[in-house]
Write a protein that binds this ligand. Structure first.
Ligand code: WT7
Length: 681
């Protein structure tokens, strides 16, 4: 089955120790590092000491009384009694440290001129950030009455206004819920309603691969859905990015620049003193049911975690140009485009558009143009770039790069080697950092910030951070042997961990802690993994019904509940199929209602529907296969493993272990039917 495949490739690399030449005098003997790591997770006191050391590097309005309150697990609270504010850390504190005129954000728009040079570049200093976010905070408070505790929804492209609004909201002690601009109107509406947002911030549109996408029209559509559901959005703030004509509701819609036109340049809004264990934002992510989960992050713990990883994993220094290619709409963008780099006073790069526009060397040209030193991207992108000759990239000067990491899904050793060679000239720290929306920040990876590294291995996730203990369990919660596959758990609390699921503490316990409850409080990640004989973690992929399509996380249940809304669809089942570039794509088996016939037009129609209900990420590569009935067990459960086996072109194998309570003959028949359906797509 698909989830077994990466294992063999990775096992071959268990002893491929690679030391970048520039690090040869700064190597940590693995067992020595391992011992050091073990010391930091020995007991509660060691964990607290480890994190306290980092918390002490940050300024606090008020110092904490307790590092970790674990009296009510799994609702852990960090730096209890402490007070700080993310906006304070990202702007005010940077000015205090003398970074007033340092460039905080370099932004490059997608459109290019006839020489392929970017038409628009904006550079914002820390002072610009400070001033503009103060002005926006003032406007939100004075004109729209935004108060501490309120949640605002942002549906914005990759433009500097997004971080500015994030910082403005943090100043006020309000919270943001950012929805990735690739999500559909329906997905946006669900998130607006769940957060109870009365203000939505968006833009008139965005550029993607030379085309304009009208974001505002999607927001209008979403608001109609909100209204149908009885939720009122009072104001839509629109940032002018494109300048095209857009639909307008003059009672509700208001231009950002008009709201700002009479706000003085120098207004100040005091940063709200937030409790460390107050929450800073929510971010929706997919799980195994149709309803997205509102992952709720703290203020102090989140700040300490993200700060620590900037120092250790990215070894951030004042002269670095830091580029994380993720969209700010994902957690990676929250933590490593905005909060992490700004909190550490770095220069962070934001690029608006597609990696292959106008050509596949766009990213390489950006690295060269600004002398990027630290680069962070997704395996999907690397595999896409790999299809083209190396010279496309090496003709650009990439010699400034010193750390290049990946995130989002497993990186196959082959892609790692290519990335290390072509972008890294075989002389950088290159690691696959494992983490999740729920973890707030990076959990595993190499830590050059210590001044020395343990050897790289192609495809590995390296060690967990000090202070964090990870284990690989079997179904019963027994640790498996080194090199064996099992379920990845995090066995100790860590500061960046989610506080709860928004408005749903029961689900928080159930999703993340129920599985191994009889063994204690182990955070269940939902991933398959191995730990090798050296203690390195190797994540193999999801173990549940969650897909990673081009690094984007989406539950099959969400796709199913979206497609079922189409009037022609009676029933549907979705499974993943591995894809050489995207990692995974969705296969959707569809049973049509009476009166509808399978046809190419129907496929096109359903894809259009998917685009509108879930968004383009899933829709563009989804395969739709029509079946008369879905194969089910006697108790009515869809035979997902069978569907997956067919999708991967794998033989049916041992039916009894494949699906319980299914007769062999029955399964064989179902297998053949599904296989034929798939062949027809
Ligand atoms: C899932 C979390 C926060 C990072 C962006 C994705 C997979 C993430 C890796 C990696 C193997 C990885 C896991 C995880 N994943 N990073 N380096 N190696 N798998 O965040 O959308 O919350 O998804 O992404 O399956 O559970 P996310």
């Amino acid at each position: 089955m698909s989830d077994f495949d990466p294992m063999e490739a990775m096992k071959k690399e268990f002893e491929s120790y690679i030391i970048p030449p520039s690090w040869k005098d700064r190597v940590w003997e693995i067992n020595e590092y391992r011992k050091f790591h073990e010391e930091t997770v020995k007991d509660k006191k060691s964990i607290e000491e480890w994190w306290e050391r980092w918390a002490n590097e940050l300024p606090w309005f008020k110092k904490w009384e307790k590092v970790l309150d674990d009296s009510n697990p799994p609702f852990y609270r960090w730096f209890v009694g402490g007070e700080t504010n993310l906006a304070y850390l990202c702007t005010d504190w940077q000015l205090e440290q003398g970074r007033k005129n340092k460039v905080a954000i370099i932004w490059e728009g997608e459109p290019v001129d006839e020489n392929n040079e970017p038409k628009e570049v904006r550079k914002l200093t820390y002072y610009d950030l400070y001033r503009e976010s103060n002005r926006i905070a003032y406007m939100l408070r004075e004109k729209l009455g935004v108060k501490k505790g309120e949640i605002l929804t942002f549906y914005l492209p990759m433009i500097p206004e997004l971080p500015l609004y994030m910082l403005a909201v943090q100043r006020l002690g309000a919270k943001h819920s950012i929805v990735f601009s690739g999500f559909s109107a329906e997905a946006l509406a669900i998130r607006i309603i769940d957060a109870g947002a009365r203000i939505v911030v968006t833009a008139d549109g965005l550029y993607r691969r030379g085309k304009v996408l009208n974001l505002k029209a999607i927001v209008d559509e979403a608001i109609k859905i909100c209204e149908r559901e009885g939720h009122k959005v009072e104001k839509v703030i629109v940032v002018k990015r494109i300048g095209t004509d857009i639909p307008w509701n003059s009672e509700r819609d208001v231009w950002h620049h008009e709201l700002m036109s009479d706000i003085p340049k120098n207004v100040k809004v005091e940063c709200e003193r937030l409790g460390s264990e107050d929450f800073s934002f929510i971010l929706y992510t997919s799980g195994t049911t149709g309803k997205p989960k509102g992952v709720q992050h703290s203020v102090g713990g989140y700040a300490v975690h993200v700060y620590t990883t900037m120092k250790l994993i990215f070894d951030i220094k004042d002269e670095d140009i830091f580029w994380c290619t993720a969209d700010v709409g994902w957690i990676t963008g929250h933590s490593y485009v905005v909060y992490g780099p700004l909190m550490t006073g770095a220069t962070t790069l934001m690029y608006e558009g597609a990696p292959d526009y106008p050509d596949v060397d766009r990213w390489a040209s950006i690295i060269e143009r600004y002398g990027v030193t630290i680069f962070y991207t997704a395996p999907t992108a690397i595999r896409m770039l790999m299809r083209f000759p190396e010279e496309k990239y090496t003709k650009h000067d990439l010699s400034t790069l010193r750390i290049i990491n990946s995130v989002g899904e497993p990186i196959n050793p082959e892609a790692w080697r290519w990335y290390y060679k072509v972008f890294g000239r075989e002389n950088v720290v290159c690691t696959s950092t494992w983490w999740m929306t729920e973890t707030g920040g990076i959990i595993t990876g190499h830590s050059p910030g210590f001044g020395k590294i343990y050897p790289l291995k192609p495809g590995t996730n390296g060690f967990p951070l000090p202070g964090i203990k990870m284990e690989v369990f079997d179904d019963e919660g027994n640790p498996v042997k080194p090199g064996e596959r099992g379920y990845l758990v995090i066995s100790t609390p860590w500061p960046g961990m989610l506080m709860t699921l928004f408005k749903d503490p029961e689900r928080y316990i159930q999703v993340y802690f129920e599985k191994y409850r009889k063994r204690g409080w182990h955070f269940y990640t939902g991933d398959f993994a191995m730990i090798d004989h050296d203690g390195y973690v190797w994540v193999l992929g999801r173990a549940d019904d969650v897909l990673k399509i081009a690094g984007h996380r989406i539950g099959t249940a969400e796709i199913e509940s979206a497609i079922i809304k189409h009037p022609a669809v009676a029933e549907a089942a979705c499974v993943g199929k591995s894809d050489p570039i995207k990692g995974e794509i969705a296969i959707i088996y569809v049973v049509l209602k009476k009166g509808y016939e399978p046809s190419e037009e129907m496929v096109a129609e359903l894809k259009k529907h998917l685009r509108a209900t879930i968004g383009p990420v899933v829709a563009s590569d989804a395969l739709i296969a029509f079946v008369e009935v879905l194969p089910k067990t006697r108790s009515g459960k869809i035979m997902r493993r069978l569907l997956r086996a067919v999708a991967e072109g794998k033989p049916l194998g041992d039916v009894t272990t494949l699906e319980s309570e299914v007769a062999v003959e029955e399964a064989k028949k179902a297998y053949e039917i599904v296989k034929r359906a798939l062949e027809r797509t």
